[in-house]
Ligand binder design. Structure first.
Ligand SMILES: [Zn+2]
Length: 414
């Protein structure tokens, strides 16, 4: 029998002189005490100075366990022991290394959030894992300080898959832009860093509440960020609880269309490139009149803010664009509308005046745009019912027509 190994095991649990433990162990074994009992007796003998174990080091079927942990969850249960009902407590105990289940066989007055020092507990097996058992012989002391709990590993995401509400994300990206500003939070001036992060799949606005020394062009990995909605698009936020690491690699940012269901899932986005077919022209498209003072849209010459004003005509289109996976609204300003319609606002004003009907412009927009495939680049804006993209560029595409023409040609040739 390997006495040394068993003495090592005992010395892992208790603080005692090696020669004392060895002498005691030999004596027990000479008297024919089974090994496990001998070990337990010796641990109990030196039990007053048990070594504290981290939760990850607790194994199945140990005795004399001394540890410190925080009650993460606890609930009362009633069990039957030898035909009598008994109150027990089950819960989870955590420290910075692990979270393990426990059972308390008496009421120690434990509550969620308590940090406790445990002396002389034992462990059993539960679904292949150790479970701590707090018995009549266990001593519990409540501590007046807090301890850190083991952190869940963050989940990896591509930027295109981030949506408001998710937390503890790991992302990687290149800083396209960054700027520093100061904000006043309850009298304290804090530095905040905001900008745009990009990976191969998308771009996202970010805000960092800590100075990580980031610069434009840095490729970084962020662990422990979370996502909020801001100005109608997801925003990545990270602070002193996050880990930020600079990576020695390059990210090539290509502009390729994002499937619309992803845009819809994310609730919007910035610098989006999308493609789809125009399925509907919203009724508020065409010639509208704006207040010369506040630029709001006015009706019958009256601005909500400024009263009676001389309205200035403007041309805009709001269109429903669908790519078969999802749909968004797109707003085209005067410049893009004129480009797509190949007529200017002045020309439309003349047409409308001649017809004495502004509705004629809407009819023409329908004729020219409906069912047309289009590519849009832009940012989503705050909107209530549907993701709405304010276009920065717009162009008709004819991929499908080309493909169709190719196929017809091939059939003719073949
Ligand atoms: Zn106004």
């Amino acid at each position: 029998m390997d006495i040394d190994k068993i003495v090592d095991e005992i010395l892992e649990v208790v603080e005692a002189e090696r020669e004392d433990v060895e002498r005691d162990l030999k004596k027990f074994l000479e008297y024919g005490v089974p090994l496990e009992h001998a070990k337990e007796a010796i641990i109990n003998k030196y039990g007053g100075i048990l070594k504290e174990k981290k939760l990850k080091d607790i194994r199945v079927n140990e005795r004399g366990i001394c540890t410190v942990g925080k009650i993460i969850a606890i609930e009362e249960r009633e069990v039957e022991v030898r035909n009598t009902k008994k109150k027990i407590f089950r819960g989870l105990l955590g420290d910075e290394t692990a979270v393990i289940p426990f059972t308390a066989w008496k009421d120690f007055g434990l509550e969620r959030g308590d940090v406790i020092k445990i002396k002389n507990a034992s462990s059993s097996e539960w679904e292949g894992q150790p479970r701590l058992s707090l018995s009549e012989w266990t001593e519990i002391e409540k501590l007046d300080y807090d301890i850190d709990l083991i952190k869940r590993a963050p989940k990896k995401y591509n930027l295109v898959d981030l949506k408001p509400g998710i937390a503890n994300v790991e992302v990687r990206g290149k800083i396209i832009s960054i700027e520093e500003r100061s904000v006043n939070i309850g009298g304290e001036i804090k530095k905040v860093f905001s900008g745009i992060l990009a990976d191969e799949t998308a771009k996202i606005r970010f805000t960092s509440w800590k100075d990580f020394g980031l610069n434009e062009g840095d490729v970084i990995k962020i662990k422990g960020g979370y996502i909020r909605k801001w100005r109608g698009a997801p925003q990545l936020i990270f602070d002193e609880n996050a880990e930020v690491e600079k990576l020695d690699e390059e990210i090539i940012i290509e502009e390729k269309p994002i499937p619309l269901y992803k845009v819809v899932n994310a609730g919007g986005g910035i610098d989006l490139c999308i493609e789809g077919v125009i399925l509907e022209i919203r009724k508020d498209s065409g010639i509208i009149f704006r207040c010369p003072k506040c630029n709001r849209r006015i009706k019958n010459g009256i601005c909500e803010e400024d009263g009676n004003v001389e309205g200035m005509p403007d041309l805009r289109i709001r269109a429903l664009v669908d790519d078969g996976t999802g749909a968004v609204d797109v707003i085209l300003n005067r410049e893009l509308s004129e480009k797509l319609l190949k007529k200017t606002l002045e020309e439309y004003m003349n047409i409308a005046k001649e017809a004495m009907d502004y509705g004629i412009v809407y009819e023409e927009i329908l004729d020219k745009l409906i069912a047309k495939p289009i590519r849009i680049k832009g940012d989503s804006i705050q909107s209530d019912f549907i993701v709405t993209i304010f276009a920065k560029s717009a162009e008709f595409i004819s991929i499908d027509e080309n493909k169709e023409a190719d196929e017809i040609l091939m059939q003719l040739e073949g």
